[in-house]
Ligand binder design. Sequence first.
Ligand SMILES: Cc1ncc(COP(=O)(O)O)c(C=O)c1O
Length: 432
Amino acid sequence: MTDDLLARHRAVLPSWMPLYYAEPIELVSGSGRRVTDAQGRSYLDFFGGVLTNMIGYDIPEIREAVERQLATGVVHTSTLYLIRQQVELAEKIAQRSGIPDARVFFTNSGTEANEAALLVATNHRRSHQILAVRNSYHGRSYAAMGVTGNRNWSASGLNPLQVAWLHSGDRVRGLLARLSADEQVDAAVEDLREVLATQTAGDVAALIAEPIQGVGGFVHPPDGLFAGWKKVLDEHGILFIADEVQTGWGRTGEHFWGYQAHGVTPDLLTFAKGIGNGFALAGVVGRAEVLESVPAISFSTFGGNPISTAAGNAVLDYLIAHDLQANAARVGAILADGLRAAVGGLDCVAEVRGKGLMLGVEFVRPGGSEPDPALTNRVFEAARDGGLLTGKGGLHGNVLRMGPPLTLTEEEAREGLAILVDAIRSAAGVAA
Ligand SMILES: Cc1ncc(COP(=O)(O)O)c(C=O)c1O
């Protein structure tokens, strides 16, 4: 019984690890884009375990690749030995990264990937000064929390880095919100120059940024802003780290990586979540000159292990063979256009935003920009009642987040859209 499991969960797991829904659910099986809970209720999944079940559930090609590895009897060897699957996946990621002469280091989580990126950047530049973006989320280690610009996710003020903060691309509130896209880019670049001149000792190691802020509620800057920033960074030799943990692998539809919307190439790129389709797989890819900046032995016991990298190879091969980036663009447009047409004009909806299959709806009190997390929660619960799983996010908890598997079909997109629109209208008290 889920009730019993909930009590047992609460008795042994920490309360700061939240559970979704007033009545939390246990997902016991899944197939394609659908999951079933312990009560036998089926849901269309528009959140994919936080954008991690990127291909969907129970995909034969991925299951079989993992089963083949299991059948060898080798689940783990440590990276002290050659691992064929690790080398093959590194070759593919290096080639796809867009980064010249790339090296790849595998980790188990996005946090560790960012930690590794920050390690090599600070060593390479011999500086612990970092530029980060307000409203960001980069993970739960001290350095990753240190570059996280969201109070709700910053559990400690201890920080191994010295961080200066840049404006996010927030279009609803904040100093740059009311500017046009071009004005916003100019203002953000001017702000970067001012931050460098006033809040740093000049020799900054790196800027770390998410192309679309995941936890931050899918806030993103106008295309090209990173290019404006990069021009200034290059004047100082400052490295650029793209955190592609949520935006990578074609999810944005228009590009394979989120950074490509800006016409720049990062020095380091971090990935996690979707590449393992549920298996613990993450890492950092970067220019050899930068990634080699580790003047001691550094290794991860489980990073790049045969099971995770077998899954990763199968995921990447599947993604490319089925051109899921194009699917994300096509099916994402159905969702985005449908949401904009049906609810974009409601006075409780501040913005429908995002790209491809990474879409958010921000809810506010009518007539202004005051966040409405209570309404967001009602929509969230109503969607679940209607048979659709979604996510929540944003600095104020007032953004509904959709990040379905990239295999989502047009039919499923329309089905989910209808549930979403009903949920929003009923929670907002708007007649159908
Ligand atoms: C953009 C981004 N970076 C890093 C992380 C941390 O990844 P992990 O939870 O695998 O440590 C997350 C997790 O949500 C994320 O969204």
